[in-house]
Every structure is written in structure tokens, then in C-alpha cells.
Design a protein around this ligand. Sequence first.
Ligand code: UD1
Ligand code: UDP
Length: 391
Amino acid sequence: MGRLSAEGPIKVLSIFGTRPEAIKMAPLVKELEGREEFESCCCVTAQHRQMLDGVLDIFRIQPQFDLDIMEPRQSLSTITSKCLLGLEGVLEQTRPDLVLVHGDTSTTFAGALAAFYQKIAVGHVEAGLRTGDRYAPFPEEMNRSLVGRLATLHFCPTPANRDNLALEGITQGVYVTGNTVIDALRTTIVKDYHFATEILNQIDYEGRQVVLVTCHRRENYGQPMEQIMSALAQLARRYPRQVELIYPVHLSPVVQQAAHRHLDGLDNVHLIPPLAADEMHNLMARSYLVMTDSGGLQEEAPALGKPVLVLRRETERPEAVEAGTVKIAGVETGRILEMSAELLESPAAYRQMAHAVNPYGDGQACRRIADAIAYAFGRAQRPPEAFSGKG
Ligand code: UD1
Ligand code: UDP
């Protein structure tokens, strides 16, 4: 890779649009803003609206550009084309030295493609995650693979992510940094946290087994989501005085309808609006078990010592599975019930999973990414030390 170059401070435009991208980019934006080698600006596509704005508020980020593209039940083509068109003008106006995108959403793919069209270098944060199945997760596996081709700099959370890129022939401009979500988590968790969502202050976290649930992925729409919701309802009915299910429901109408149809009217199920990131992290820290199809929760919960059952057929985050704190429960009612019942009933099975491990980061990811950018632009003598895979 030829050295990247910039005159004066390196102008970095961060592009993001959904809740998880915002949570994971926020600490990096702050890091760039605080360093004199960089001139940092942000463009949000607002692929998510309310769920994005909540994160921008908490982390006090005021984007310079807001494409405001969200519409109800938006299709993948609509998101991608609106982002591409909107970003064209933003890139022409700002002419950054580097565009940063995060992860694997439609915003991520469109952001990288829009920059490529103007021959602007792309840095991919959270690079190298793969399942090897182009349709799972859908469309994220293809989005991140395509961004891998488009990007010049690749910031891999773990050594295994770097190895995935090497298998695709991507070996230049690759840095192992840890995941920025662990940096974010370190700023949000507070002892004796008081929840703004009042119901969460009233839960008996010591006397009950609190199960934190999220479920939203597109590949789970339809039959898998029906099976998952049915398992959750049966779980709640089987343990009426032992278990409390807390489920902040994603604003997607598809998810809202499925969750309310199966779970309304059960006394020990709390369907609540999406939580602010700090509320979510502190709730996770108090929960007994996490059941989720989310990527971010699979990274956060192990750092907090909370067992996770993944409501998907596969995961691109095998590190915590190997460490023993995460298990794939799949998307079939019977198996989900069986695996969750074991963790609720067997203290030995629970203890085996409930230990804090941190294969995803040590809280230094943002500093390493900024150092790596400075190095790639010839502003530092050495690249940052790689994250070892143990936080
Ligand atoms: C998107 C990402 C997914 C990521 C998820 C994080 C794609 C293709 N998918 O999926 O990778 O895991 O975000 O949550 O990029 N909505 C609102 N308000 C909001 C947010 C969403 O009303 O603040 C509703 C809208 O009706 C929207 C729908 O949710 O059309 C779905 O949002 P969308 O971004 O298309 O898909 P997600 O499932 O959120
Ligand atoms: N999250 C949140 N409020 C919620 C649900 C999730 O703040 O009600 C956070 C969660 O802690 C994690 C991120 O959002 O940091 C994950 O986002 P999501 O599950 O939407 O997307 P994914 O990680 O699956 O792409």
C-alpha cells in the first residue's frame, strides 16, 4: 500500500446511520476530536432516526451533515440508493482525506462505495467479521465483505478477524485494535445506576432471574422470529415467579408486531421501548442471562460476565463461544427453551458460562485506530501495538 497523504491535519469524515454504528463510532469520533493530528467531522445518514438520535445525545455528538433518510419499513435498495445520492454531495463539499465507516449495515456499504466513487480512501472500523455464509446474517455478511474490498485501512477487533481478511488476500493496511464497543462500555457502566426508565428501578434483580432479550435481525423475520417469540412466551409461562423477561423492542414495525402478538399480557414479560445505551449497558450488568440476535450484545455481555444465548443459526463472533460465555441457541422453539431452562435451573451450568472474558477489547481500540491512521498518513514512526485478543 502506498502511503496516504494529507496537507495539514488529516481530515476524517465519519459516516454512520444506525444505533450500533453510532455507539461504536462515538468514542472514536471523540478520540479524533481530541487529537491535533486530525480534523474530524461527521455525517449521519439517519438510516435510524430515534434510535440514532438517542445515542448522539448521550455521547454529545453534533453531526455536521444529516441525510435524514429513514422511512417506515424501508427496503435495502431504498436505504442504499438514498445514502449514495446524499453522500455524493457531502463528499464533494468536504473532500476528506479519509472516510471512516463502521461494521456492516447498508449505510456502511453505501458510505464506502460513495467514497470509492470519488477516489477517497476508506477506513473500515470493525473489519474482518465473517460467517462464511453470504446470506447469514443478511445483508450484513455481503456488506462487510464488499467494504473489505473497497477499504484501504482495516481496523480488525480481534486476531481472528485479521486472519479472515488474510484468507481473502487482504493483508495491507490491516490493524488489530480491539472493538470500540468495549471503549464505549467503559464510559457508560456506573455502580448504583438509577434508571430513567422507571420500571427498571422496580425489578428485583437479586430475587428473580432477569433475562434481557433483544431480537431484530432481518434474517429472523418471519418463521424464525415466530419460533423465537413462541419460546420466550413459553419460558415466561413456565417460570412465572422465578423469571422476569425484559425486552426493549426495536422500533421496526415487523419486530413490534411479532413481539406484542406473542408476549402481550404476560405479567413477567416487560416489553419496553428501546433503551438509551447507558440504560442498556447498566441493565445488562444487572441481568442474569442475555438472549439476543444482536451483534453488539454478544460483545458486551461477555465483558460483563453475563452468559449469552444467541438467537441465530451462526455467529461471526466465535471468540466468546470459544471462551465459553456464549452459546448458539438457534431459532427453533424447542432448542431455545431447552438451553435457557438449563441455565435457569442448573447453577453448575450457569457458573460454567458466567465468567467475565474480554476477547473483544481492552478499552484501547479508539486510541489504536487513531494511531494507525496517523501512521498510515506518515505522521507516526510506528504502527500501534496489536490488541492481543485478551482484554
Ligand atoms: C439495521 C441494520 C442491521 C443492524 C440494525 C441495528 C441494515 C440492512 N441493517 O437493521 O445490520 O443490526 O440496524 O439495530 O443496515 N425504525 C424506526 N426508528 C428507528 C429505527 C428504525 O422507526 O430509530 C424502524 C423503521 O420503520 C425502519 C425499520 O425500523 O424502516 C427498520 O430499520 P432498518 O435500518 O431498515 O433495519 P434494522 O433491522 O434496524
Ligand atoms: N442497545 C441499546 N438499546 C437497546 C438495545 C440495544 O442501546 O434497546 C445497544 C446495545 O447495548 C449495543 C447496540 O445497541 O451496544 C446493539 O445494537 P443492535 O442490537 O441494534 O444492533 P447489532 O449489534 O445487532 O448490529
